[in-house]
Design a protein around this ligand. Structure first.
Ligand code: HEC
Ligand code: HEC
Ligand code: HEC
Ligand code: HEC
Length: 147
């Protein structure tokens, strides 16, 4: 065997051993327990606490608001996109309060003029001109905004 090939071969064997060593040291213990992933990842994800519940969960106790909202122009907006995560509240409504975002800025997130947004998607208002001295909810019911 020519000497150049021999050296290459030795180098190859050394690199491969280093690779095997690193693979041995760095692969997490639970890897391959169930498949080609870390077995512990399942347990870790299952242990995360839920924050959001979905609007259906609000129906049990606030059915009249759910009914009104679902018939309104805000029907596509989930309760929790305005009130924040509801998981704790549904377990203990007396002590775990929901947000009640009543500021003009809050409504402006979606309704202020924004050139980047198609005008047909959401009705835009110039909120500096549109009744600037009052809160939006003095005139618009957030659960039934067209009234
Ligand atoms: C567009 C934002 C928005 C959405 C969507 C929304 N809310 Fe509200 N909600 C508000 C605001 C703002 C207030 C505070 C109203 C006030 O102070 O007069 C409020 C008040 C409330 C209140 C307390 C006052 C009351 O009327 O009894 C409850 C309960 C409530 N919302 C439940 C819900 C439920 C359930 C849903 C989903 C069906 C929902 N909300 C969807 C913005 C929203
Ligand atoms: C198990 C019944 C129950 C469920 C489910 C429930 N609520 Fe409530 N909610 C209540 C009660 C009771 C109050 C009044 C609490 C008080 O006045 O101390 C309340 C009050 C509220 C208020 C007024 C602010 C506050 O926290 O007191 C909002 C907003 C609200 N709920 C939104 C929601 C949303 C959104 C959902 C769905 C994610 C939801 N609720 C699910 C029972 C419930
Ligand atoms: C998450 C985005 C979002 C938020 C926050 C939001 N809206 Fe809306 N709003 C919509 C969408 C979507 C519609 C239905 C499309 C439309 O008509 O603009 C709508 C419709 C409306 C309409 C009826 C417009 C029409 O064409 O007749 C009014 C009024 C309104 N919203 C007021 C409010 C007020 C007041 C608040 C704050 C309490 C608010 N909205 C918060 C998205 C939002
Ligand atoms: C003093 C009462 C009042 C206040 C406060 C108010 N509005 Fe209005 N809004 C109206 C009336 C009345 C209309 C319908 C006539 C018009 O288009 O001006 C309207 C129309 C709208 C429309 C368009 C609906 C359509 O049919 O074209 C949107 C969106 C809207 N308002 C959002 C808001 C937002 C967001 C705020 C807070 C930043 C707000 N309004 C504050 C009374 C009010």
């Amino acid at each position: 065997m020519p000497v150049q090939l021999k050296r290459l071969l030795i180098l190859g064997v050394v690199l491969f051993s280093v690779f095997l060593l690193f693979k041995y040291l760095l692969t997490p213990a639970s890897f391959g327990q169930y498949g080609h992933y870390r077995g512990l990842a399942l347990e870790e994800n299952a242990a995360l606490t839920a924050k959001y519940t979905g609007s259906e969960a609000c129906y049990d106790c606030h059915d009249s608001i759910v009914a009104v909202k679902n018939e309104s122009l805000h029907s596509s907006i989930a309760c929790e996109s305005c009130h924040g995560p509801g998981f704790k509240h549904i377990e203990d409504p007396e002590n775990e309060k929901m947000d009640q975002p009543d500021s003009r800025e809050f409504c402006a997130h979606c309704h202020a003029f924004n050139k980047a947004r198609p005008e047909k998607a959401i009705t835009q208002q110039d909120i500096r001109e549109h009744n600037p001295d009052e809160k939006c909810i003095e005139c618009h019911n957030p659960h039934q905004p067209q009234q």
